[in-house]
Design a protein around this ligand. Structure first.
Ligand code: FMN
Length: 362
């Protein structure tokens, strides 16, 4: 595929993601309900939003997930994302840096992230077909604190110019995990994960996984819109929602489970708090953040909104009697009928989510 094609693709992805965005949360998020308890022992001021991914400390549990870079237009978007991160303390991920390994003229569209956010946690991003050498190169380019490797077979197969052979992915990931100096996060791109996938990743040494479920940016629909022949419209609902991916992840015994990041369709602080309560150590947002920064003059309002989300998270944690992110795992959550059905079919216990706070009261 030509580099020009790749550059255009990044611009097209941006446009389709913006146009297809829906502000309403996926029903699996909406219909997951906290059990309200009337007493809270945690003052608002004492609520801490800090979290950790392995040894990486995040001052805020949500971050800007992988999107873009590689063209003039996406450099501008990356600049705004990095300023937003700098002003609000968020960690942020680069979009795929594949093009930067082939075309040096695109490198500055990624380097801008580190220039504008010198002290933030930054994740580089590559596809799973890349070699260890490329992984090292992209991490160096932006002095990344971690590398995200995306896995996206539905997207590649629906993408007219996409890859058709994925047989080396697990081996590549294993190599990179074993030899890269920074942590590796393996992520989906909005199709979610099963417990089998997460177990496969764990078995090759992956310590952090981002389940990136469906319900938000939809790369089956985006790539389908870019096709001129054979429609894959019917794959528009492919994959597991973020909440389903989390119950899948939690069904793996803790000792065999990587640390989990939740993303995919996260639209609000309430969605975030539900992900954290379901065991995620951090929450990623792409499409929702893109909405905030896509216009040239949008930064002041984007910064204000992200700061509001941080305060809203703190409020909800106070309401839930939680001083820190880990405490959220002792709240009671009733899962939606849809998720209960899924759990039933997959032999996953869903009732324990609704009865966790009794351990706290003992
Ligand atoms: C415009 C756009 C470009 C994206 N490009 C990448 C990418 O290069 N690498 C990647 O891992 N994920 C990429 N993603 C996927 C996101 O990181 C995320 O997994 C997916 O959008 C689902 O999250 P969301 O619903 O919050 O958008 C992109 C998302 C958007 C919106």
């Amino acid at each position: 595929m030509s580099e020009f094609q790749q550059m255009n693709r990044k611009d097209e992805h941006l446009l389709h993601a913006l146009n297809q965005y829906q502000s309403e949360s996926h029903p699996d998020f909406q219909e997951t309900r906290f059990v309200h308890q009337s007493f809270s022992s945690v003052p608002f001021e004492e609520v801490s939003l800090e979290t950790k991914l392995l040894d990486l400390k995040l001052s805020c549990p949500f971050f800007i997930n992988a999107m873009t870079g590689g063209s003039a237009k996406t450099k501008e978007v990356n600049q705004r994302l990095a300023i937003l991160a700098h002003e609000t303390g968020l960690a942020l991920a680069s979009g795929s840096m594949s093009i930067a390994t082939k075309d040096a003229s695109t490198i500055d569209s990624f380097k801008i992230l580190r220039q504008e956010a010198p002290d933030n946690l930054i994740f580089a991003n590559l596809g799973a077909h890349h070699t260890l050498e490329n992984a090292k190169r992209v991490v160096d380019m932006i002095e990344a604190d971690a590398l995200q490797i995306h896995i996206n077979t539905p997207q590649e197969l629906i993408m007219p110019e996409g890859d058709r052979d994925f047989s080396n992915w697990l081996q590549n990931i294993e190599q990179i995990v074993a030899h890269l100096a920074v942590p590796v996060i393996v992520k989906e791109v909005g199709f979610g994960m099963s417990r089998e996938t997460i177990q496969q990743l764990h078995s090759i040494g992956v310590q952090v996984v981002d389940v990136a479920g469906n319900g938000g940016t939809n790369f089956a629909t985006i790539e389908n819109a870019r096709r001129t022949r054979i429609s894959y419209h019917e794959l528009g609902d492919w994959g597991q929602s973020t909440i389903v991916s989390l119950v899948e992840a939690n069904s793996i015994p803790k000792v065999n489970r990587p640390e989990i990041i939740a993303s995919g369709g996260v639209k609000s602080p309430l969605d975030m708090v539900k992900c954290l309560a379901m065991g995620a150590k951090a929450v990623g947002l792409s499409g929702t953040i893109l909405q905030l920064v896509h216009q040239e003059d949008s930064l002041p309002s984007a910064i204000r909104i992200v700061k509001e989300w941080q305060e809203q998270l703190q409020t909800m944690m106070c309401l839930l009697d939680c001083q820190n992110i880990t405490d959220l795992q002792q709240t009671d959550l009733v899962l939606s009928a849809n998720v209960q059905n899924w759990c039933h079919a997959r032999q996953i216990d869903w009732k324990h989510y609704a009865n966790r706070s009794k351990n706290k009261l003992k």
